[in-house]
Design a protein around this ligand. Sequence first.
Ligand code: HEC
Length: 112
Amino acid sequence: MRRRGILLASAVLFCLVSSVASAQGKTQNNGAALFKTQCVMCHGATGKGDTQTGKTLDAVDFHDPEVMKMSDADLAKIIGKGKNMMPAFGKRLSTIDIDDLISYIHLLQKTK
Ligand code: HEC
């Protein structure tokens, strides 16, 4: 009886852990996919803005201290409304998409 309880508890735990993991994976995949199709031409695969278009338009490196210290709300505002040569995406992307993109930007900021 006791063993069954432990088994049941670990099965429940496993389900919980895997559903959290898959939600995280989903966010990351969506952010990465959107970044690739909508942002990479200017910001580059690593977010450094080192593509030809990025250099021409003056896309800022996401690793720049100025960008690193921006809050998620600041980032969401720029992505939604645009800034100088940065186009506004508020009409094309949902707030969920923008949140996923922000998570992906943070991931890029953690990798050099
Ligand atoms: C046409 C080129 C272009 C595309 C496409 C583009 N950006 Fe930008 N982005 C820029 C430029 C240029 C800036 C710099 C704006 C400034 O500070 O003058 C910028 C700035 C930013 C910033 C703020 C950093 C800063 O410099 O203040 C974020 C965050 C950002 N972009 C995210 C994104 C995301 C996410 C996407 C895709 C949905 C995207 N951008 C697509 C050109 C682009």
